[in-house]
Design a protein around this ligand. Structure first.
Ligand code: PLP
Length: 349
């Protein structure tokens, strides 16, 4: 039907560790996209989008789902669905909504953010949640929502670290949104069912285009009411799309085929951390190796040699200052892992 072997081989000769967003759809995923039954999703008539939304919702024990273009759009739609103009969301200080979304919830949804301190594992405490809830006083915005995240910079919050602040928020009348961009990495590491984590939140956002390997897409799940309001906001953002089933098909394929294999990424991250720990001058932050990410902080002497060596070996890293993040994903196999370790070894020699 079509031949993508050459393209795939070329893509795979480079190992890109900058993120798990760099994955390319496999042949099976492309075939599923090619063959997907389609309709107009703005009319609610795309059977593949509907199937994806229903599947994600039922997996997480929620009533409804909404397919959106990105994790950022999903978080924004969720916050706007939970909060009215002038209300407030409590967000951990290192969470994506607080630092990586251009404050869209404030700019576009007119929702204020109250920033919570996070602990060494990325968790927020129930005490801090309670302390940040505003009194019913006209000098203050109305606290409406608590935004949690899991995983956080590759760190896995335990069910208790999610349940405790969520309960504190809910007891005080807040709704809870979970930014689960890497939700399935979290439940893989926790070895629990999707619903065990999802039940602590009223809405959950799951990126399909990170470890799950689709080219585009995130799905937001929650009760029908919240999803109904999120759908209106998606429309307002210009995010209503037509034969989106061609993309949703990739998401369905991912939920079926790419969830189990996340354990492999975690195992390779562990192997990488162990191998790099044995190399002098790399300074692996071992505590951070909890899912598919490894963080290293190479000595300057090693760091300056990295760009040339990595380029020679066909390995792509990001060289921002401070610690470097190495991310495992489905396009890195065992031989790729070996190549990466060898390259670091040469740089440190
Ligand atoms: C990647 C990510 C998002 C959203 O990312 P998009 O690039 O907009 O899809 C949201 N939250 C977290 C924690 C993320 O890692």
């Amino acid at each position: 039907m079509y031949d993508m072997t050459t393209r795939q081989t070329q893509a795979n000769s480079v190992i890109d560790l900058r993120s798990d967003t760099v994955t390319r759809p496999c042949a099976g995923m492309r075939a599923a996209m090619f063959e997907a039954p389609l309709g107009d999703d703005v009319y609610g008539e795309d059977p593949t989008v509907n199937a994806l939304e229903e599947k994600a919702a039922s997996l997480l024990g929620k009533e409804a789902g909404l397919f959106v273009s990105s994790g950022t759009q999903s978080n924004l739609c969720a916050v706007a669905a939970h909060c009215a103009r002038g209300e407030e969301a409590l967000v951990g200080d290192c969470y994506h909504i607080a630092i990586d979304e251009a404050h869209g919830v404030s700019v576009l949804a007119s929702v204020a953010m109250s920033i919570l301190p996070t602990g060494p594992n990325g968790q927020v405490t129930p005490e801090d949640v309670v302390a940040h809830i505003k009194p019913d006083d006209f000098h203050c915005p109305i606290s409406k929502l608590l935004c949690l995240e899991n995983t956080v910079w590759g760190q896995v919050l335990s069910l208790e670290e999610i349940a405790a602040p969520a309960k504190a928020g809910r007891d005080a009348g807040l709704k809870v949104h979970l930014d689960g961009a890497r939700f399935f990495n979290a439940i893989t590491a926790l070895d629990c069912q999707p619903q065990d984590l999802a039940r602590h939140a009223d809405s959950v956002s799951i990126c399909l285009s990170k470890g799950l390997g689709t080219p585009v897409g995130t799905v937001l799940v929650g009760d029908s009411d919240v999803i109904h309001r999120a759908r209106r906001f998606r429309k307002m953002l210009g995010g209503g799309t037509r034969q989106a089933g061609i993309l949703a098909a990739a998401g369905l394929f991912a939920l079926e085929h790419n969830v189990q294999r996340l354990a492999e990424d975690h195992q390779r991250a562990r192997q990488l951390a162990d191998a790099l720990s044995a190399i002098e001058g790399l300074n692996v932050d071992d505590r951070m190796t909890q899912s598919n990410m490894v963080f290293v902080n190479p000595d300057t002497s090693v760091r300056t040699k990295l760009p040339d060596i990595m380029e020679q070996k066909g390995i792509v890293l990001s060289y921002s200052s401070g610690r470097m993040r190495l991310v495992m994903h489905k396009d890195v196999d065992d031989s790729g892992l070996e190549r990466v370790v060898d390259a670091f070894r040469s740089a440190a020699a």
